[in-house]
Write a protein that binds this ligand. Structure first.
Ligand SMILES: [Zn+2]
Length: 421
C-alpha cells in the first residue's frame, strides 16, 4: 500500500474525551473514529488489524471443529420471552419496532436464536455434538461508555455455542476450548490468565474468564504469579496474602481486563426453547449446552494497552496492519532522490511479489522527523529507511519497532533478508 493513497490522517494530540492509552493511540493513529459515544468506525489501518485478529480466532475455532454461521441481529421478542430474558437482561436490550409494530431486540447475544435454530434440526443423539460459531456484531445498552473499544455499544464478537448429549461430553469440549483460547491470546501477543468467575445472566454454574492484568482494567482478580491460578474478586473465597490452592505461593490482587468468557450453560436454554433429543434408549432428553465469547474490539484495545510505548503502538507481527514500513527519506537533490525512489520502488515491488505486506511511505515534501513520528505511532513491527546516507553505503537501515537499535543491511543482501522475514 502506498501511504500517499492511504485513507489515514494521524493526529498529534488525542481528542479530550479519550482517557485510556489504547483509546488515545487508536484515535491518534486513525485506526478508528468515533461516530457517537460508544460507537466507532474502523478505518483501513484499524480494520486490517481487526481482520487479522478475526482470522486467528477463526482458525482456532475451525481447528476444534467449529462451523461458522452468521445469525441475524434482529431477534423477535417472542424468542426472548421464552427464556424470560426480554425484560431481564443486564445491560437491558436495545428494543425496536418495525412499521407493523412488531417488536425486536438488537442481538446482544445469540443463545435464544441459535438454540431455536438447532432445535429445528436435532432429533437424535446421532445429531450431536454440534459446535457452531459466528463473528458478528453485538449491541449492548451499557450505562456508560469509557475506554474506547474496551466498552462499546456496537462491537464484533466471536460467539461459539456447543450442543451435547451429556455433561461429560460438554466437559471434554470445554477443555478443548480452554486450550484454543490460550492459543488465540498467545498468537495475539497477550498473556491472558484463566480466572474462575460467576455466570451473571447466563448461568448459575461457575464459568471461566480470560483476564489480562492491566492497571486500567475494570475487573479485579486474585491470582498467583507463580502458576497463574486466578479467581474473580467478586466470587473469591480467598484473599490477597492467602496461599494459592494449587501451588501454595502467596496470592495477590490485581486489576484486569476481561478478554473472553466461557460458560457451561447446562440445559437452561434448551429447556426454555424446547431443544431435546432421543438417546440410545429412545428417551427424550434436554440438550446440554456451552457458550464461549470473545469481543474483538476489546481484545484489540487490550493488545494496545499491553504493547505500546510513549511514541505509539507496538503491534505484534501476527496482527500488525502491515509487516514492514518502508520509508524513503528524500534529500531534495534531484539525482540522489531519483536513486532513492528507484531503490524504494524495487523494494516495494519485491515485497509485493514475496507477499510481504508493506506500507510504502512514498509521500514527498514531508520531513524525515514527521515520517518517523507517524511510523512510531502506527507501530508497524519493522521499519526500513532508504536515504542518501544509507545509499552511500549501498545499504538500507532496518529497525524493529520494539527496539532502539538500527542496523545497516547491504542492498544486495536485502533480498535474502526479505525472504527470511
Ligand atoms: Zn499458584
Amino acid at each position: 500500500m502506498r501511504q500517499s493513497k492511504l485513507f489515514c490522517k494521524t493526529l498529534k494530540e488525542a481528542p479530550k474525551e479519550a482517557e485510556v492509552i489504547s483509546h488515545k493511540l487508536l484515535l491518534r493513529g486513525d485506526f478508528i473514529s468515533q461516530l457517537a459515544s460508544g460507537v466507532y468506525n474502523f478505518l483501513p489501518l484499524g480494520y486490517r488489524v481487526h481482520k487479522k485478529i478475526e482470522n486467528i480466532i477463526r482458525e482456532e475455532m475451525n481447528s476444534i471443529g467449529g462451523q461458522e454461521v452468521f445469525l441475524a441481529s434482529f431477534q423477535p421478542k417472542e424468542i426472548w420471552q421464552k427464556t424470560n430474558r426480554w425484560d431481564h437482561m443486564d445491560p437491558p436490550l436495545f428494543k425496536i419496532k418495525d412499521r407493523h409494530k412488531k417488536e425486536f431486540a438488537l442481538g446482544s447475544t445469540h443463545e435464544e436464536v441459535i438454540t431455536d435454530l438447532v432445535r429445528e434440526r436435532v432429533q437424535s443423539y446421532k445429531d450431536l455434538p454440534i459446535y457452531l460459531y459466528q463473528i458478528q456484531n453485538k449491541f449492548r445498552n451499557e450505562m456508560r461508555f469509557t475506554g474506547g473499544l474496551l466498552r462499546a455499544k456496537e462491537f464484533v464478537m466471536k460467539d461459539l455455542y456447543s450442543f451435547h448429549t451429556d455433561k461429560e461430553d460438554l466437559d471434554k469440549f470445554f477443555n478443548r476450548v480452554l486450550l484454543a483460547y490460550d492459543k488465540i491470546y498467545k498468537r495475539c501477543g497477550l498473556e491472558a490468565i484463566r480466572s474462575e468467575a460467576s455466570g451473571g445472566v447466563f448461568t448459575k454454574e461457575k464459568t471461566y474468564e480470560f483476564q489480562v492484568l492491566s492497571d486500567i482494567g475494570e475487573d479485579k482478580v486474585i491470582y498467583c504469579q507463580k502458576c497463574n491460578w486466578a479467581t474473580n474478586l467478586d466470587i473469591a473465597e480467598v484473599k490477597p496474602g492467602d496461599k494459592c490452592p494449587k501451588c501454595k505461593s502467596n496470592l495477590i490482587k490485581g486489576n484486569s481486563i476481561e478478554v473472553g468468557h466461557i460458560f457451561k450453560l447446562g440445559t437452561k436454554y434448551s429447556k426454555a426453547i424446547g431443544l431435546c433429543f432421543r438417546n440410545k434408549k429412545g428417551e427424550k432428553k434436554d440438550v446440554i449446552m456451552g457458550c464461549y465469547g470473545i469481543g474483538l474490539g476489546r481484545l484489540m484495545a487490550t493488545i494496545v494497552e499491553a504493547n505500546h510505548d510513549k511514541k505509539g503502538i507496538i503491534w505484534p507481527k501476527s496482527i500488525a496492519p502491515f509487516d514492514i514500513h518502508l520509508i524513503p527519506i528524500f534529500s531534495r537533490k534531484k539525482k540522489i532522490d531519483k536513486k532513492i525512489r528507484k531503490v524504494s520502488e524495487k523494494f516495494y515491488q519485491t515485497g509485493q511479489k514475496e507477499k510481504i505486506e508493506i506500507l510504502y511511505d512514498d509521500r514527498e515534501g514531508i520531513s524525515s522527523g514527521e515520517k518517523f513520528v507517524g511510523a512510531d505511532l502506527i507501530g508497524i513491527p519493522m521499519r526500513i529507511v532508504i536515504s542518501e546516507k544509507t545509499l552511500n553505503k549501498n545499504s538500507v537501515e532496518i529497525k524493529r519497532r520494539d527496539q532502539e537499535k538500527t542496523k545497516l543491511v547491504k542492498i544486495k543482501e536485502a533480498g535474502k533478508w526479505f525472504t527470511d522475514f
